[in-house]
Design a binder for this molecule. Structure first.
Ligand SMILES: Cc1cc2nc3c(=O)[nH]c(=O)nc-3n(C[C@H](O)[C@H](O)[C@H](O)COP(=O)(O)OP(=O)(O)OC[C@H]3O[C@@H](n4cnc5c(N)ncnc54)[C@H](O)[C@@H]3O)c2cc1C
Length: 453
């Protein structure tokens, strides 16, 4: 039993050191423009709505004039525009002004997308991934895809994933040694790491017929598991909205328990702490680790997140007249995240094939809590992996690496059009009032950022 005061002291120490290792903000002009756009969006709900609608239509725009018309059209609906927006509106009164504005808007959107998306294909992303590795940051590649509506699209996504596994495992062989990223108490960690979405592997994943979706995705996921095993890569299965949660979880646990996967690959799933019933989901996972999955040679990696579909879950429940399945107070999600972190860290040595713990968050308190609890219970720093999203967690990943901790960046790969939905989700998250990153950007003091939720 860990006493709260010692844990808070250690947490404060870890959080303060991490904050002290954050790189100083750079004065890169384009980055400053990105930040300015996010700041404007964060301050003003109307501008936020206008920018999101604009980002949505960019891929469909045919010309610069077209882009500028949409941008000024959306911004024109903002009743009291702040000065930068008023200037943009004046520029749009002439054809030359519209062209200049359109070019700036297109460049801005492309630049912002590149902040989150590392390359158009795994091959094109290799340079960035290798640079990250050299700087002490591992990666997990996520192939952005369009919504899978047909079997042909599911096939295409599956074959892109298979190629990505091969490309990554081939290229990573020549990377320099980085012992901190390659081994933990449970053994070797693959250098090549791919995250996949079950909803992209089948067009049939529907809450009213979960078995059909599972059956359809199973063959494609099984083939990817074989490919990952043969390539010595790690395959991670992301979690999406609640309506597919049970099907995804059952599918992953059933496939990994099949005898052909006893010796590999290294694989993992995601637990979402914003779900009220996530403690019971963890019970299920831990029972599997000690039961059906006990013979596996590799521990199951559990990536703990808060959850990316909060607005969706709230709206969906309201539409059906259901109780919200997610916590409605941010501090409740944060507290549950900490409780699940402690249970996961305690479970590493609790028998069966064991779990590897990955804490995925940009919240300094949430990650400092994991590092502190692990230390205080006698764990090795390298037995907790910290994970961040490319573009949102860049300064944090540098601080984590500087502190000698293990960090992995989740790196989306794909084209701009396919990336728009991803980009909008990240922007929404980053500018939400309940976001840690927004608090940090507003200059909330460290003491408050590290305070117990
Ligand atoms: C490497 C990585 C992989 C990820 N993979 C997945 C994945 O597979 N599936 C997935 O769903 N998400 C995934 N996420 C996203 C994650 O779930 C969070 O959305 C994101 O990290 C923000 O949480 P935070 O701890 O960084 O920030 P914080 O600012 O501390 O937390 C924000 C989160 O709190 C929750 N929240 C916000 N408002 C409220 C409220 N009013 N009441 C209750 N809770 C609220 C939401 O979950 C919101 O995202 C991933 C994140 C990372 C870093």
């Amino acid at each position: 039993m860990v006493d709260t005061a010692s844990l808070e002291r250690e947490l404060h120490d870890v959080g303060t050191r991490l904050a002290g290792s954050l790189p100083k903000p750079t004065r890169h002009p384009l980055k400053a423009a990105d930040d300015k756009a996010m700041e404007l969006a964060a301050q003003d709900a109307e501008i936020k709505a206008a920018l999101f609608r604009f980002v949505d239509v960019v891929p469909a725009c045919r010309s610069l004039d077209d882009l500028a018309r949409h941008l000024t059209g959306f911004l024109g609906e903002v009743e009291e525009p702040p000065p930068p927006v008023a200037v943009a509106m004046r520029m749009s009164n002439t054809r030359a002004g519209r062209a200049a504005l359109g070019a700036a808007a297109a460049a801005g959107v492309r630049h912002m997308a590149h902040r989150f998306i590392v390359g158009e294909s795994p091959q094109a992303a290799l340079g960035v991934l290798r640079d990250l590795w050299k700087d002490g940051v591992a990666s997990s590649v996520d192939l952005l895809g369009e919504m899978t509506i047909t079997q042909a699209e599911a096939e295409r996504y599956a074959s892109r994933c298979a190629e990505a596994l091969d490309t990554l495992s081939r290229a990573t062989r020549s990377w320099p040694d980085r012992p901190r990223l390659e081994r933990d108490g449970a053994g070797v960690l693959p250098r090549a790491n791919l995250s996949v979405k079950v909803s992209a592997l089948t067009p049939l994943l529907r809450p009213d017929a979960p078995e059909r979706g599972k059956r359809d995705a199973a063959d494609r996921l099984r083939a990817l598991l074989r490919r990952a095993r043969d390539a010595g890569a790690h395959l991670h299965i992301d979690m999406e909205s609640l309506d597919s949660r049970d099907a995804v979880l059952e599918l992953v646990l059933e496939l990994l328990a099949e005898p052909e996967f006893r010796d590999g690959p290294s694989a993992g799933m995601v637990l979402q702490a914003y779900l009220r019933d996530s403690p019971e989901t963890l019970d299920t996972v831990l029972a599997w680790v000690r039961g059906a999955g006990a013979d596996r040679a590799q521990p199951l990696t559990v990536r703990l997140v808060k959850g990316a579909y909060w607005d969706h879950e709230i709206v969906e429940a309201a539409q059906h007249g259901w109780d919200a399945p997610v916590f409605e107070v941010k501090a409740d999600s944060d507290r549950n995240f900490e409780a699940l972190t402690r249970r996961l860290l305690d479970a590493r040595s609790a028998g069966g094939s064991g779990v590897r713990v990955a804490i995925a968050s940009h919240n300094l308190r949430s990650i400092a809590h994991a590092v502190a609890y692990n230390r205080i219970t006698g764990g090795d720093d390298l037995d907790v992996e910290l994970q961040v999203l490319r573009g949102l967690g860049d300064p944090l990943q540098a601080a984590i690496a500087a502190q000698g901790l293990r960090v992995r960046a989740y790196c989306p790969v794909g084209d701009l059009v396919a990336g728009m939905a991803y980009l909008v989700r990240r922007l929404l998250e980053n500018t939400s009032n309940d976001s840690f990153l927004a608090d940090q950007a507003r200059g909330v003091p460290l003491e408050e950022l590290l305070a117990a939720p």
